[in-house]
Design a protein around this ligand. Structure first.
Ligand code: ACO
Length: 319
């Protein structure tokens, strides 16, 4: 039997423009405050792309870093899966721009849009592809530039999002004991697409959100799916070293942790620094965790995702 294991520590990319809550309010003339944003969301700052920058620029940077950190030749890649809801173009896939830029000549490359759940679903798909097709290496990227989809006069959404990209490498290898890599994934759907979507009108896009409904559904979905994952894999909360969630909102994460009886110190939280970077948030948090020395080989990690749809999931990973 084969397993898909993490290969190297991955990579990440953030734009140069760092905007504190105060600077955001001033730049976009928003009636808000640092105190309101920090108290309600945990967010202290976000990174925004410049007008000339695109999702592919961030994805390419993160991909190159993941390859460099693992000393992997891009020609060894069999598969590139890019989770994004903000591709550079409707076609070609942004993954193909990454493929060309890094020189991954033989890889199958395409994009996947599952909003904020995209990265978690992409890891599961890449694992199936590697094992099902007898392939060796996959590059999975989560990259988004949701700042392009924001109505900057709407304070209820403008304060929540940031831009970024994160990437990991998966390698198929023969399983050893204890099993490493992606061990199990559970997913869910709960209807409610009208509560979180991007409206498109005459080439202008804007995120529309019913924040309270998103909050309610995120908490109940994430609690339920994490319990299901623990049940199906026969683990308890004590076995888990880290939960690495989609970084939507600190209050959502605190509420879920409380309901699961998991101390918040086990939640790898980076939303204060990055805000909500959609498909990029989980791989960016993973990358930060490795860089800070918090993550160590052998640890059991739960990835949690929730996104527009609503969709979501939880994956169990042994590093
Ligand atoms: N600054 C100051 N005041 C604000 C702001 C702001 N940025 N935004 C809203 N307000 C005001 C509202 O207008 C309202 O004023 P009123 O009482 O005079 O009408 C007041 O604050 C309270 O508004 P609520 O919407 O009730 O505030 P709530 O406590 O629900 O917090 C929030 C809003 C932070 C959006 C919350 O609902 C939430 O966290 N929801 C989850 C949304 C989320 O995380 N989305 C991310 C995308 S989804 C994903 O990634 C899965």
């Amino acid at each position: 039997m084969d397993c898909s294991v993490l290969y190297g520590i991955g990579g990440g990319a953030l734009p140069k423009d760092i905007l504190s809550n105060q600077a955001l309010a001033e730049r976009f003339h928003l009636e808000t405050s640092d105190e309101w944003i920090v108290t309600r969301t945990g967010i202290q700052q976000r990174y925004l792309v410049a007008p000339h920058e695109h999702t592919s620029d961030l994805a390419i940077q993160a991909a190159k870093m993941a390859l460099l950190n693992a000393s992997l030749d891009p020609e060894d890649l069999d598969f590139i899966l890019l989770a994004t809801s903000t591709p550079d173009h409707r076609f070609p896939p942004t993954a193909v721009l990454v493929q060309e830029a890094i020189g991954a000549k033989k890889a199958l490359s395409f994009d996947m849009n599952a909003a904020c759940s995209g990265f978690l679903f992409a890891v599961s798909m890449a694992d199936s592809y590697l094992r099902g097709q007898n392939k060796r290496f996959a590059l999975i990227i989560g990259a988004d530039t949701l700042s392009r989809m924001i109505d900057w006069s709407d304070r209820t959404t403008a304060v929540l999002f940031g831009d970024g990209a994160g990437a990991i490498l998966l390698k198929r290898e023969a399983c050893r004991e204890p099993k490493r890599g992606l061990l199990h994934t559970c997913t869910f759907f709960s209807r409610g697409y009208e509560h979180l979507y991007i409206s498109e009108n005459h080439n202008t896009c804007a995120i529309k959100m019913d924040g309270r409904e998103v909050f309610r559904q995120a908490v109940s979905g994430l609690e339920k799916i994490t319990r299901q994952l623990m049940l199906e894999t026969h683990i308890s909360t004590e076995d888990i070293h880290w939960i690495i969630p989609h970084q939507a909102n600190k209050r959502i994460l605190e509420t879920v942790a409380h309901k699961l009886n998991i101390p918040f110190s086990k939640i790898l939280y980076t939303g204060d620094q990055h805000a909500n970077t959609s498909a990029a948030s989980i791989p960016l948090a993973l990358w930060e965790g490795w860089k800070k020395g918090l993550l160590k080989e052998g640890q059991l990690v739960v990835l949690q995702a929730f996104g527009a749809g609503f969709t979501g999931g939880a994956s169990l990973l042994r590093l």
